[in-house]
Design a protein around this ligand. Structure first.
Ligand SMILES: [Zn+2]
Length: 159
């Protein structure tokens, strides 16, 4: 009975603990059936069964502000750095429904934190949407490439 409650987080760790494991988990996800999606407009979570990528539109409120459809592609990276070693990184991506996702990371040295995710023209606060604190693999790779390898969600376990 105790074993059952700890089984889930442990399985996630195993799948996401390493870069290769995480990538593999993402690649195999579309084959496992229902995709869990989240609408940042009305806050609902919904499942999608059907041909990929999903339509990128919330079934209840019609918002386009939902989880990325298919793979994100990085189209641009901007970086600002202060003399004190503080930096900001903006990773511009598009999903397979041509929606723009912009990830804003604030960093001090190699430690970074996602401070905003802008979907189309709507800025989302990761403090209000805990699922946004975990960057998609393609984005965290870019962020690591510019020198920020220690992102907050990896240090703290997801709530
Ligand atoms: Zn909605």
């Amino acid at each position: 009975m105790v074993g059952q409650s700890i089984e889930r987080p442990r399985r996630r760790d195993a799948a996401e603990g390493t870069d290769s494991g995480r990538r593999e988990a993402m690649r195999s996800e579309p084959d496992t059936g229902t995709t869990r999606l989240r609408c940042f407009g009305c806050g609902c979570e919904y499942g999608y069964l059907g041909s990929k990528p999903h339509p990128g539109r919330c079934p209840s409120c019609d918002s386009r502000c939902v989880s990325p459809a298919g793979e994100l592609v990085v189209v641009d990276v901007e970086q600002w750095q202060s003399a004190a070693g503080l930096s900001k990184i903006w990773v511009h991506t598009i999903d397979e429904r041509d929606r723009r996702f912009r990830f804003e990371v604030a960093a001090a040295g190699d430690e970074g934190k996602v401070v905003a995710v802008i979907v189309e023209d709507t800025a989302l606060d990761p403090a209000l949407h805990p699922s946004l604190r975990r960057l998609p693999a393609v984005v965290s790779e870019v962020v690591a490439h510019v020198g920020v390898s220690d992102l907050e969600p990896r240090r703290t376990s997801p709530a």
